[in-house]
Design a protein around this ligand. Structure first.
Ligand code: COA
Length: 382
């Protein structure tokens, strides 16, 4: 250890808060300005204009696709949507427990079944990236259909990424406005700097492990309620509140119980999450289209009440909850929806990490005892 080692100096940055561990060209999460930039484009520049297919291309290739590039990219995604019979058979046999644990397990087994999984060449990684971006919607929707004993639906090649997702889930072609709202959700959640799941993916592949290990590490990390599961928890919170006039009593009770408001607060943004206003817009639009504005109204009132009580800003998960609910996504699939969107970001980070790799290995400050002497078993106290 040298004198410059933070651990030697006794400096611990708990939760790596504020620590810059790498450069990235993928996105800028600017906490002070409350801006999110994907490869140079502020998020508001893309949402509602670029489809998820274009944004996933942008993340993985560094520029928005030309017409020919987009046609080729879309074609590659469409042809990869279907699952192999072996994976379908396996999915039928797995327990239908926590959807994130299920997704993590299936993708892990897809890695086991891929004889080229250990190939870390850029071309091989790119192939796997396309494969998982294309297949994750099929995995999630098939999980839902299998657990409800509904017949399996093959992907529809004529539908875009978001519309095909809704088709495979519900069995009918969605209204274009609903598909557009889901597409916007996918775009908004596609990438977000060195968040916990992305960092987990980069840490896994930095050991020169394989692409699937990176994605499964990310999935396991996203599963937690302080990260990706906050959207499910936020919807459960709205349901517990039940009606706009119950917002204030709920806020008071949550404060007195010292509990957290799900979908509020952020480690990086010092103000409102830049994705939140777009999600709010789509939630309102979908609530109006469904004639069920109460979830939006509860959300709006809660946003104000929590601001008054605690000066906390909403984050990405807050209006994602009502939006996904209006799209008739089952509440326990909200976190897999986040994963579905973020697969593009994770994949781009895996490529970036392996393009200029260095093992990720931070230090810890040891605060336990030293110089203890070994005692044989019969001389130790209980
Ligand atoms: N509800 C109530 N209080 C909150 C809060 C929330 N959602 N988020 C932060 N706070 C409070 C904490 O209680 C703490 O107050 P204190 O200093 O009086 O103890 C203070 O704000 C700082 O919180 P801290 O947990 O240290 O911030 P963090 O940077 O570690 O946490 C989150 C960031 C996202 C984990 C946190 O805001 C949170 O738990 N949010 C709810 C879960 C969520 O929405 N996650 C999705 C993130 S995109």
């Amino acid at each position: 250890m040298t004198a410059q080692d933070p651990a030697a100096a006794g400096h611990v940055q708990k939760g790596l808060e504020g620590v810059v561990v790498s450069e990235t060209q993928l996105s800028d999460v600017d906490g002070a300005r409350c801006q999110l930039i994907y490869r140079g484009y502020e998020i508001g520049e893309l949402v509602g204009k670029a489809a998820y297919e274009e944004v996933s291309f942008l993340l993985l290739n560094g520029h928005l696709p030309s017409r020919t590039e987009l046609a080729d990219w879309t074609e590659q995604l469409v042809t990869r949507r279907a699952l192999s019979p072996d994976i379908i058979q396996l999915m039928e046999q797995l327990p239908f427990g926590n959807p994130m644990a299920y997704l993590r397990s299936v993708i892990s087994i897809m890695g086991l079944a891929d004889s080229c999984a250990e190939d870390l060449s850029p071309q091989a990684l790119r192939e796997r990236a396309l494969d998982l971006i294309a297949k994750t919607p099929t995995l999630i929707t098939l999980f839902d259909r299998l657990r409800h004993k509904r017949s399996m639906l093959g992907p529809r090649p004529d539908l875009g990424h978001a519309a095909n997702f809704l088709f495979m889930l519900h069995g009918e072609e969605p209204d274009p406005e609903f598909a557009k709202a889901l597409d916007a959700y996918f775009v908004l959640l596609a990438e977000h700097g060195f968040n916990a799941s992305t960092f987990a993916a980069r840490t896994a592949v930095a050991t020169q492990s394989d692409f699937y290990s990176g994605i499964t590490a990310a999935l396991g990390t996203l599963k937690g309620p302080l990260h990706g599961a906050a959207n499910t928890k936020a919807m459960e919170m709205l349901m517990e509140i039940g009606s706009p006039d119950q917002v204030e009593p709920y806020v008071q009770k949550t404060l007195s119980d010292h509990k957290r408001f799900m979908g509020f607060g952020h480690r990086v943004y010092k103000g409102e999450d830049p994705r939140a206003k777009h999600l709010k817009h789509f939630s309102h639009q979908m609530g109006a289209a469904r004639g069920e504005l109460q979830w939006f109204e509860i959300s709006e009132r809660l946003q104000d009440a929590v601001w008054q009580a605690k000066k906390l800003y909403i984050n990405v998960d807050f209006y994602s909850a009502s939006l996904l609910y209006y799209l008739r996504i089952p509440v326990d699939l909200f976190t897999p929806m986040f994963a579905c969107a973020r697969t593009a970001g994770w994949a781009a980070h895996i490529l970036e990490q392996l393009g200029d790799n260095r093992l990720i290995r931070p230090l810890a400050l040891y605060v336990g005892p030293r110089d203890l002497k070994f005692a044989p078993l019969d001389q130790r106290s209980a």
